[in-house]
Ligand binder design. Structure first.
Ligand code: GLN
Length: 441
């Protein structure tokens, strides 16, 4: 590994970019097999684990998450814990009680979210591997905004043991790196069944590695894109055809438009129940007045320590599960989810993979983010949500630059068919010229 990399350099970089909440001592870095970081919702025994929330600001877990443990056992050195939206609730990494990461290509812009710190670290630290987590796009989005590969595997491929849950039926641990070969080499280390997570799966190892022979582009996904993004995407598609020999078709995937509302119902329903455990008793922040009636005690701890977006999601998720409303919202959202899965299955009868742009705009400036409504922010995820809602593996592939800012495209494969994504990413990496951020170390 690059011996020039030192913890003091990383600390300096962090002053400027805020990608780490905590940085380790770098023991063993010289001569190590590789270095990695973990999003701060993955437990680590030698670092605090906050998930970006004040309610966990003093939480020091006594154990490593399965993915962290496996990377360490394989000779990786954990550099630190990366910044994120509180519990993964966000698209720009600004919903955090702590540092907000800044974009490697322009410090006035967002890194995307919720794994914003992970994408920033992957873009700025040479050879780095960042563990990220996606529920509805939190790997693809920041990878696109920071110009790196972001890989989200099939739901269940990686053990969630040690992950602080957002939405259990949606959460997936994946990887971000500037070079897709880094992911292809290290991902198998964290894949596979783990008895500590009953939803992790001993499904056949990743399929044989071949590039998809054909891809389909849903016509719904390219409507209304800003011209710069559209141009980058179209040029990339031409390269896929001409230089990689991939057959490209247009598809109709009309269920896509329902995926986003269904996702926000399912995700907030699960999140609101998951957050119930933070009540000032078992973990995290405690209230000062232990003499209060327990209801008032919980309310005071939660009011004081959850951020605004977490509170919005608790309200939304509690509402959609209420007696009398459950059938209208939550159960219907589950039906939409099934319909989206079936729509992908139909598509995969015709093509090996589905391609869309990743985000409908380049990384916004922080003042632009501040001017967006919650609904506008939720709508920004409309391309990253369909594969996440259906548990399909997907890969953000850097494909161009607009106004000096990275643009990404997202390739989606069928359940358990991750191999073809990584292979395509590696082949693409040979053709695509990455612009390295100036601050890279
Ligand atoms: N932006 C989406 C949300 O806020 C996705 C976030 C994620 O994948 N954690 O839910």
């Amino acid at each position: 590994m690059s011996s020039a990399l030192s913890i003091s350099k990383i600390r300096e970089l962090n002053e400027e970019y805020g990608m780490f909440y905590s940085i380790g001592d770098g023991k063993g870095l010289d001569g190590s097999r590789f270095h990695f970081s973990a999003k701060d919702n993955l437990t680590t025994k030698d670092h605090p684990t906050t998930a970006g929330s004040k309610i966990l600001s003093n939480y020091r877990p006594p154990f490593d998450a399965a993915a962290v443990e496996r990377l360490r056992e394989a000779g990786g050195v954990l550099l630190g814990k990366t910044s994120m939206d509180e519990f993964g609730f966000g698209t720009f990494s600004v919903n955090s009680a702590f540092e907000v990461p800044r974009n490697p290509y322009d410090r006035d812009r967002s890194c995307g979210g919720s794994s914003g710190g992970a994408a920033c670290a992957a873009a700025l630290i040479d050879g780095h591997l960042a563990l990220g987590v996606s529920t509805g796009g939190s790997i693809s989005c920041p990878a696109a905004f920071c110009g790196v590969f972001g890989f989200t595997p099939t739901y269940g491929r990686v053990s969630r043991y040690g992950l602080l849950d957002y939405g259990n039926s949606l959460d997936k641990i994946g990887m971000l790196a500037a070079d897709c070969a880094t992911i292809a080499e290290l991902f198998p280390l964290i894949a596979g069944a783990d008895e500590r997570d009953p939803t992790s799966c001993g499904h056949p190892p990743m399929g044989e590695c071949r590039i998809p022979a054909s891809i389909g582009i849903p016509s719904e996904s390219i409507k209304g894109l800003p011209p710069g993004i559209r141009k980058s995407f179209d040029e990339a598609v031409t390269k896929l055809k001409d230089d990689m020999g991939i057959e490209v078709r247009t598809l109709e995937m009309p269920m896509f438009r329902y995926a986003q509302p269904a996702y926000y119902i399912i995700a907030t329903s699960e999140a609101s129940t998951n957050l119930a455990r933070y009540g000032g008793m078992r973990y995290g922040a405690r209230g000062k007045d232990l003499g209060l009636h327990f209801d008032r005690y919980f309310t005071s701890v939660r009011s004081e320590n959850f951020g605004a977006e977490a509170k919005r999601r608790i309200l939304l998720g509690t509402f959609t599960r209420m007696v009398g409303l459950r059938d209208r919202y939550y159960l219907r959202a589950l039906q939409v989810r099934q319909a989206v899965i079936e729509e992908y299955r139909r598509a995969f009868k015709d093509v090996d993979a589905v391609l869309t742009p990743t985000m409908p705009f380049i990384a916004p400036r922080f003042n632009e983010v501040a001017g967006m409504s919650a609904l506008e922010i939720y709508l920004a995820d409309h391309l990253t949500i369909p594969p996440n809602l259906s548990g399909m593996p997907h890969l953000n592939i850097p494909c161009g630059y607009v106004e000096g800012m990275p643009v990404g495209m997202q390739l989606v494969a069928d359940h358990w068919d991750e191999g073809c994504l990584l292979q395509a990413g590696m082949e693409w990496g040979k053709l695509f010229e990455r612009i390295r951020p100036e601050a890279m170390i």
